[in-house]
Design a protein around this ligand. Sequence first.
Ligand SMILES: [Zn+2]
Length: 829
Amino acid sequence: MSGSPYVSLQRTEAIDRRELLDLTSYDVSLDLAADETTFASHTTIRFRSRGGPTFVDLKPVSVRSITLNGERIDPDLLRGGRVPLETAAGDNELVVDAVMRFRNDGEGLHRSVDPADGRHYVYGMSFMDAAPSVFACFDQPDLKAPYRLAVRAPQDWVVVANAPGEQVEPGSWVFEETPPLSTYFVTVVAGPYHLIADEHDGIPLGLSARASLARELEADADELFTLTRQGFDEMHRLFGIRYPFGSYHQAFVPEFNAGAMENPGCVTFRDPLIFTSKVTRGARIVRATTVAHEMAHQWFGNLTTPTWWDDLWLNESFAEYIGTRVTADVTQYDDAWVHSSYMRRQWGLLADAGPATHPVAGNGAVDATAALQDFDGISYVKGSTLLKQLNGRLGDEVFFAGVVDHFETHRFGNATMHDLFASWEKAGAGDLSDVTDGWLRTRGVDTVTHDREAGVLRRTPPAVEPVERTHRFTLSVTPAVGTGRRVPITLDASTTPLEVDADDAVVIDVDEDSWLLARPDATTVSLLPSVMRSSRDPMERAAVWNNLRSAFEMGGATPEDVLAVAVVAIPDETSDEPLSFNGWASSPSKMLLMEWLVAKVAPLAGDPRAALGALHQACLARATTADPGSTVQLAAFQGAIASCDTAEEVSSWLAGDVPEGIHADLSLRWRLLVRLAALGGTDRTTLDRLLAEEPTATSRVDHARAVASLPDDEAKAWAWGRFTGVEDVPNYELQATGQGMWVPGQEHLTTPYVERFFADVPSTPSHRSGWVLADAACWFFPLTSQDPHTVRLAGRLAGDESLDLSLRRQLRVMADELERRLAVRAVPA
Ligand SMILES: [Zn+2]
């Protein structure tokens, strides 16, 4: 069935099917042992119907049989992933016996081979349209049912699923019945995984990862279990409702697209979160907040599930808010909010200011595919900020009384945003229509500008939705001499007076209480280096960076302005957040500060080499002065590698001549190799040999990035073959290849691929689907092409209505990103 697009469920169809059916139970039996490319899937669905026509969702390789109430249904009726059914009034039993395909794109049942030992691993990702490629189902969030799962697997595998289970005979696993679940939660994690068990407060806990990561999982188990215990204790305290899904297993699985997925009882995480090398504190906070985020979903999303995908933002906003809050309040990572400021805020702001902005709530989501497009910084970060604001306004007592009422009223059921706001009103929240109308149901972000001459702060609503919003936040005002002060602001009109001295630096929304694009004036921008010199407040320093980043994106600061702050801030930075370069962002809006400086700001400077050189010197200075072995030193050295401009220096580090305290582990060596490759200091043969010597999963990804970065025609052609599907590779390698392809300074090699990108993108849906489809168009987009013609090509293709919707949206976002870069280029420094 490859290449034939499936029909995505329409909201109206979901409503009709929900009115017709009440589900009783699922029995799903999977045989993973027969073959390496396909698996057998046998499903029995018991349900009550009012009687009448409907359809079951099914995306198989082939169908062996389908029976409804004992009567055979012709498998040839299957069209676009649907089998029509004529249901009887009363009890029905549907039995589907089918053969499904293992996938390698992180959806459905993903199967991968660990390059370290050749062993095979499987996990299920049923989220958003993928469940029918695992089992026959009525795939919509509000048709919940209990599941009984059975799995046959190779005898050396262990199998974990949503409920506790056991191996009843060699290779045969049976699981207890789950509480009612939506289809998108159903998962199985199977393979020769390494398992660690524990218990807390009556909840059986588990961890697992690939066997080749056993040592690292054991080393991290204490921290992971501690975070889990602290999370449960705090969430039990906040919600007053116990975790409702029995056991809690956290599986770290290969080639996972998102950070994690909250499957009840069996959360799946991307396995680079099991650290195989020394990492920064920031990387640990990412993991800690992800652990807490998925735990929060067990209540918000899993116990009470959105009726339709248009309310999934509420799941994510709530999990983002609770995940960060709980991590900051009860774990060792009490700086989680500062981390969020560096890691998340620009992602949300750029999405909300960009061409694909949408309301946090009530975007319509006519079908599931459309809803998936809205899983962006708006749904996570803006929504979380708004919930944090609401919590500040209501206080914990009313805020959680409403939330708990929501969970109790809709326990194991479904609900809407309207239901939640009704619970808040019942809890005494009063009229919240200003929150829903002003913030949740309207698009775009206000800009708050400091107009020093007029003596005001000015609020400019977004052109897409000029709505009245009240902002409450704090300014920091730093004089040239003497101590700074904080000024609380209520901005409930288009301007509010602000009297400051001519040489006061004003940082807007220094605690990031509101949702706004800060636009400091030119005087403040020029004074930010001295603010950085005097401020030791981590949140203020983070806010300085966000003021500056927002100003830069809107044309209010030049690359030189930004670099002037960087060279002052980096050499005495005491947090590793602004220094770390933990990996390459999956999209330009997700760049961490150092990646943004190195990959975006420096190439746009009047003298890009000098700009990169200045960043390099600043990072290297910090790597030399920081405590040897500290994470600040590691982060600064990561920045030094990324900004290094000579193959000789990278080669000498590879040879072992690194600052004292830096340990050149496998991950750091590959980081050096990637940089060396981009600088032309190594070749394909060497890279292949080094991978063969230590073929781990992460090395394989770094190898792809390094090869694609090599400055030669053969390497670029190799990378392109992966984009066009000539060579089919798993998602992580595809990402690394695309990102390695476009290296600033290699335009003589990459220019031919600018036109080819726009020629080849439209046919990618023939060999790619789901998340990876639009992501690949982002990774392979010619962002280094500083040419208005490229923006025009992207704009033209984005307007092509015959093109896949998610691709069109991605093209608009990338064209906007490139256009902003060109605008920076056009302003003389
Ligand atoms: Zn989430």
